[in-house]
Design a binder for this molecule. Structure first.
Ligand code: PBG
Length: 328
């Protein structure tokens, strides 16, 4: 054939492919979500094979190993004892609670490791919702916005006082980014960053995570605060608000089924973008690999590369430590 243009020339050898590769993945892109509980033993998580609910000591060790492999940050998710859960979720700002103690232990053992915390009420709330719950005259459940934001501010401050580098509100209440920013600033924590869950969808892919923390809503669902999976313009609206309110970084969650949302936010903002490969995405890859149907290392690396190619700067993934090891 008389073909002057042959795209395959750019794919001819590994060297050429490396030169022309547009996206790459490295351990420094990864944020490692870690589950923990009050107990002194590490416990396998039934709903998320391969993941562990760590004791405080186990958490510090696991985070240290991940950091040594080049992972810059962890994000903490506590399983709170049922007897500490209340309708006001006060345990979320107890300075001697599980999360503040974990932050202090992690920062002391690994000062250069970034500690990110989840700001939302669901692990602490007897109702399992991210906000405070009231029943209206019709007897329906309502997640009350403004009262919730006041509690989230206390929670974020409590994490900042314990030494968190970044607080990550995952609750989807209106106005929480601005409120938390001013509350932290007034309290002298101008250096603590906010990673906003900007476009967090009401997704069935969170199911296994709620099993891990026993934090599923006791009644109703999260559709009045998390976004409708059909919407993408609405993500832009949330982005504009979060930028105005002072978010330092924004997040799209889940990641894989929402690559178009990541790509759209990438076009629309100069802020760094995080994407969360959530528990259900983890399980799809993990279970198919365990059955021998997929090559785990290859599909995980490809799934994460796709998320970066869509426009994410950083990725929260339960595979973080494995990936950092594979990339070595
Ligand atoms: C809670 C929270 C959830 C996740 C992260 N923070 C669950 C939810 O919103 O119901 C899900 C993470 C995952 O599925 O891996 N605010």
């Amino acid at each position: 054939m008389d073909l002057p243009i042959r795209p395959r020339r750019n794919r001819r050898t590994a060297g050429i492919r490396a030169l022309v590769r547009e996206t790459s993945l490295s351990a420094s892109d990864l944020i490692y979500p870690l589950f923990m509980h009050e107990k002194e033993v590490n416990e396998a998580i039934e709903s998320m094979p391969g993941c562990t609910r760590w004791s405080l000591a186990g958490l510090v060790k696991e985070a240290g190993e991940a950091h040594a492999l080049g992972i810059p940050a962890v994000v903490l998710f506590p399983a709170i004892a049922e007897e500490l859960k209340t309708s006001e979720a006060e345990e979320c700002f107890n300075p001697d609670g599980l999360v503040p103690r974990a932050i202090r232990a992690l920062k002391e053992a690994h000062p250069s490791l970034l500690v990110i915390t989840d700001v939302a009420l669901d692990p602490y709330n007897a109702d399992g919702h991210d906000g405070l719950v009231e029943r209206n005259e019709a007897g329906e459940l309502e997640i009350v916005n403004d009262e919730t934001v006041a509690v989230l501010c206390e929670q974020a401050l409590c994490h900042a006082q314990a030494g968190a580098d970044i607080v990550a509100p995952s609750d989807m209440m209106d106005g929480r980014i601005g409120a938390i920013r001013s509350y932290l600033d007034e309290s002298g924590f101008t250096e603590v960053s906010i990673l906003s869950y900007t476009a967090k969808f009401a997704s069935a892919f969170y199911g296994p995570f709620r099993g891990a923390l026993e934090s599923a809503p006791k009644e109703g669902d999260k559709k009045t605060y998390q976004m409708d999976p059909g919407n993408v313009r609405e993500a832009l609206r949330e982005l504009i608000l979060d930028e105005d309110e002072g978010a330092d970084m924004v997040m799209v969650k889940p990641a894989g089924p929402y690559l178009d949302v990541i790509a759209m936010l990438r076009e629309a903002t100069t802020l760094p973008i995080a994407a969360y490969q959530v528990s259900g995405e983890y399980l799809m890859l993990k279970s198919a690999s365990a059955a021998g149907w997929l090559d785990e290392e290859k599909v995980v690396l490809e799934s994460l590369l796709g998320i970066k190619r869509a426009g994410a700067d950083m990725i929260l993934t339960y595979f973080a430590k494995d990936v950092a090891g594979w990339l070595r």
